[in-house]
Design a protein around this ligand. Sequence first.
Ligand code: AMP
Ligand code: GLY
Length: 426
Amino acid sequence: MRILVIGSGGREHALCWKLAQSPKAEKVYCAPGNVGIAKVAECLDININETDRLLQFAKENHINLTVVGPEAPLCDGLVDAFRKEGLIIFGPDKSSARLEGSKSFAKMFMMKHGIPTASSMAFTEAEPATHYLKDKFSVPCPGIVIKADGLAAGKGVILAYNLKDALNALDQCFGGSFGDAGRKVLIEELLIGEEASILALTDGNTIIPLATSQDHKRAGERDTGPNTGGMGAYSPAPVVTPDLFKEIDEKVLKRFLKGIQTDKLYYRGIIYAGVMVTAAGPKVLEFNVRFGDPETQAVLMRMKSDLADVMIKTAMGRLSEVILEWTDEPAVCVVMASGGYPEAYKKGFPISGLEDAEDEGAVVFHAGTALKDGKVVNNGGRVLGVTAKGADIKAAIDNAYKAVKEIYWLDCFFRNDIGRRALERK
Ligand code: AMP
Ligand code: GLY
């Protein structure tokens, strides 16, 4: 099988790493890939938004399976373009990708199909939204969530605990801080609880959950500081007890499958539900139409099944033939980031200790790295995802941090408490 992966982050490194292990994978390409990916796949000088060139490459090189990593090309209709040419591709089409690309579309989908979620209202004008907020805060209120409707690179969600902050958030959205994404705003009930990431494969006929995981969204220890793309992850997530897992399967995944069937949405890929475990049960915070980053790094470390086989069967509508197998050993991914991330940071510092870290038994997935004068340097906000397994969660955490300690560059930072919630549950 000849496989093309699209993307250049830690998630795509993990996908290429796992796909390349498949006996069925004759060759893995990645467009555009990164320095780490180049060790397991051939990287191409094609960007994720160059649909025509991606198509041309896939046709000329007899690609049997294309896998799309990030949401942007899915929302832009890459899957539609490939399908039109009869090519096999893993991911939802443009219409289905609205489940991530439009928060109001996702909300309507959830309401229509009985998927538990936070109550919310959509607004396209500031005045009624302001009235609504004033009304909400006129009685005791734990807080409110303001969301720009469209894709805002993970930044369009603001939690506000008082009226002043809520009105500020509204101003930001309608004032253009999130571009077109903020033309429409959702005001949502604030949910209280612990989050878990529920990823599942679906081909529109069958839905199969992957191992559970948990992200660490805030930049600072004990979940303080600004939101980021994710500072670390672990799998499994013990907050999802077997009973809760059953409930999520029934109320979220099965209803999701029925929903896409009823609404005739073409979907052959990953659905990722961000779930808040509240006192009133699980509620979906958001849908993503792709693998999570850094959850994928931890989850794929635990997968025993042949990912190439699983993905091609999903893309061909034969997911019912798949049985997923996992190791019981937990996995932990610690993200190492550039100083200042998620705000401004400096690039171009040489990174040392990459090999020593892997000698410790970890896998170092690259995200924001580049080569400069033959040396690997930091070139993005999230730079590396140092991932390790262990006999139990404590051992996995220790193994990951042992490897992290081998790596250094000027300004680098990471959270020291990845996996804390899982440890505290023990
Ligand atoms: P979203 O992009 O909708 O997942 O929002 C990003 C993050 O904001 C989530 O992972 C949560 O941490 C937080 N969040 C979003 N919606 C809510 C909500 N209704 N209540 C509490 N936290 C939320
Ligand atoms: N880890 C969060 C995300 O992938 O959206």
